[in-house]
Design a protein around this ligand. Structure first.
Ligand code: BDR
Ligand code: CA
Length: 308
């Protein structure tokens, strides 16, 4: 099994990603780091603890990280994820599970050094924690086996601005540091593929574990309404679960190496992942960009795993 750290801004789809990661039994989850993103750092941390309790995985340590982007103001996504980040589900729950006192980015560095060459990072949030970890330890890329991040888009529109995907847009300076840090294997699971991993209400009807089913039903209700309002399809995109899926079942995605940069100084295009598809800049590739996904098989495996 793969040794991983998950980095999350829990968020409806982050929560589904955590459930997938835990239930798969295929990942050795060393810990979960949280960050400001969809919701505040405190809320993301609380939500993560609630989800670990729901998953029966309270032994996984949770480390709070950055409470704001590197230099920008936070940009919450309450319209997508609800005011609490979980679409109102588990709102009455007071988790017994508590976060650790350590700092997320430091935990990433310590764990990478401890398991040098044998740690995969799965990032499903703005990349602030990883950028801070790189500032703490510029040598970090040498110790990391792979970074898989949900973020960006190469072909197609953004989901916050016409050109930018949320996780990159929320902290573009951090994303820019990460793509140029020199990771051996840096995989982008962007909207190009996550937009195709659509969960429908009939999928939810296939969930067999009552607590999980009612949680998923409740938490995705506003997420599906919002997706339908914007995209005209009654479903919701499993952005973050697909990044987790790409770690568990790499064969489900096809990726190609490109040179990718992040726009940080544009009035219209801030946070855009600019991918040099035709190699106009003549730079060596730095990102494996996922271009195709077997979404049907992914959805099948996602449901199957949540039923375990
Ligand atoms: C990403 O943005 C967040 O709102 C989701 O949790 C996901 O990580 C999708 O663009
Ligand atoms: Ca997220």
């Amino acid at each position: 099994s793969k040794r991983v750290i998950l980095d999350v801004d829990t968020g409806i789809d982050d929560a589904l990603g955590i459930l997938l990661a835990v239930k798969s039994g295929k990942l050795e989850i060393e810990g979960i780091t949280t960050v400001c993103g969809n919701v505040s750092l405190e809320q993301a941390t609380l939500n993560t603890c609630k989800i670990l309790e729901l998953a029966g995985a309270t032994d996984i340590p949770v480390y709070p990280g950055a409470s704001a982007p590197l230099i920008r103001k936070s940009h919450y996504e309450h319209r997508v994820h609800g005011s609490d980040g979980l679409g109102g589900a588990l709102s009455g729950v007071e988790p017994g599970k508590r976060p650790e006192s350590g700092f997320g980015p430091s935990f990433i560095v310590e764990t990478a050094l401890r398991y040098s060459g044998d740690l995969t990072l799965i990032m499903t949030a703005p990349l602030t924690n990883l950028a801070i970890a790189l500032q703490q330890c510029p040598d970090l890329p040498r110790h990391i086996k792979e970074v898989i991040y949900m973020g960006g888009v190469v072909r197609g529109p953004g989901n916050v601005t016409p050109t930018a995907e949320y996780n990159i847009y929320a902290d573009p300076e951090a994303a820019r540091i990460v793509v140029h840090a020199g990771f051996e294997r840096l995989t982008q699971v962007g909207l190009d593929v996550t937009r195709r991993a659509l969960l429908t209400e009939s999928h939810i009807g296939l969930l067999t574990e009552p607590a999980i089913r009612s949680y998923v039903q409740e938490s995705t209700a506003i997420y599906i309404d919002r997706y339908e309002f914007v995209n005209g399809v009654r479903a919701c995109a499993l952005h973050d679960p697909l990044a987790v899926g790409a770690a568990i079942w790499p064969e489900l995605v096809d990726a190609k190496d490109y040179y990718v940069d992040v726009e940080t100084t544009s009035r219209l295009c801030d946070g855009q992942t600019v991918c040099d598809v035709l190699n106009r800049l003549g730079q060596p590739p730095n990102v494996r960009v996922c271009e195709q996904v077997d979404s049907e098989r992914f959805l099948e495996r996602f449901i199957m795993t949540l039923n375990l």
